[in-house]
Design a protein around this ligand. Sequence first.
Ligand SMILES: NC(=O)c1ccc[n+]([C@@H]2O[C@H](COP(=O)([O-])OP(=O)(O)OC[C@H]3O[C@@H](n4cnc5c(N)ncnc54)[C@H](O)[C@@H]3O)[C@@H](O)[C@H]2O)c1
Length: 381
Amino acid sequence: MRQFSRSAAGLPQLGIGLIGTGFMGRAHAMAFRNVSAAFALPVQLRLAALADADAARATRCASDWGFDHAHSDWQQLISDPEVDIIAITTPNHLHYPMAMAAVEAGKTVYCEKPLAVSLAQADDMRNAAKKAGVVTRVGYNYQHNPIIGLARQMIESGELGQIVSFQGEFSEDFMADPASPWSWRCEEAHAGGALADLGSHLLALARHLMGDVEAVCADANTVHPQRPATVGSREKRFIAVDDQTHALLRFASGARGTFSSSWLKHGYKNHLAFEISGTRGTIAFDQERLNELRVCRADQGSFQRVLAGPALPGYAAFCPAPGHQLGYNELKTLEVHALIQAVFNQGKDGPDFEEAWQVERLAAAIRMAAREQRWVRITEL
Ligand SMILES: NC(=O)c1ccc[n+]([C@@H]2O[C@H](COP(=O)([O-])OP(=O)(O)OC[C@H]3O[C@@H](n4cnc5c(N)ncnc54)[C@H](O)[C@@H]3O)[C@@H](O)[C@H]2O)c1
């Protein structure tokens, strides 16, 4: 394990280096700030440095969010001796060079999803991390939800009987309007498209709950092949990535499943949802109601609503009262807590680069199945 400096109280000190200050940069910063208020940590965290390509923004965010230093060059942050954990929250095509440099520097890497822009990159990343022996984690935050922990426990304990079906969907509507402009999320070279952007979360969750997928068949299509270059612009850009992807899944357990991801389904803002049914019951979840699991046991005949509360691991760190509800940012804090535990060998298995490669392999199999219009066994990749 990497050696850390010690605080006045004798606790090891861990320096956090954050790259990117957008949507996810802010979420990571809040999680690193909140985690010591929520949990008794075996370590003192220090917000050591922040980097963004926009130097003025880096300086402003470092000051607003409580980081000691700002860098406009991410490579300076990686070589900063005060930084032990590198959090990568930049667009997808930058994950590979940043994570590989961080691994080479022997640092812990906490990278946003999707891990990489190709399966070959993801393969390099997992191999490099394994060789260097560094801790890695990937931002599949939804699986840290205490109510997802309950779902997993119900499946593993056999309470639902033999699991026969998984129906999963991740839909949002932020690209539903054809006038929604081009962004880096529309570029294949940047791992754009609904499957990579949203579907990677659903595939990670499907694996977390159901285990390995053996084979897939799929269909993907682009509904709006042109979008304005910027908001309101008459200049058009051609788009080749998927607006929606649908797939059938065959799990190694024998269960069957469906998968869909769409970023143009009107009405949905964060509809990461599944229904899992077994021979003795069904459970249903929707991230838009993230504190709730609907459960139907065979002898009940209809669904009951189970609300998250302090009896579920992780919930009480934020709130002693049931039904008062956790939010998206608390899931990120739970993810950071799991990361810190992993650094100190106290964590359960979590989504590291090896697991993220499995997720990328599954996504690649879905793309291949859609392209070749056939069933693809995962072992073909
Ligand atoms: N886990 C989740 O729920 C979730 C949600 C949204 C986004 N994401 C992922 O987070 C990542 C970032 O997405 P976002 O929505 O925060 O994007 P964003 O566009 O809001 O932010 C990206 C940030 O990266 C910075 N940046 C770009 N190039 C840089 C460089 N060369 N050096 C340093 N900084 C650079 C930008 O200035 C910006 O601050 C993506 O991989 C995305 O898939 C995850």
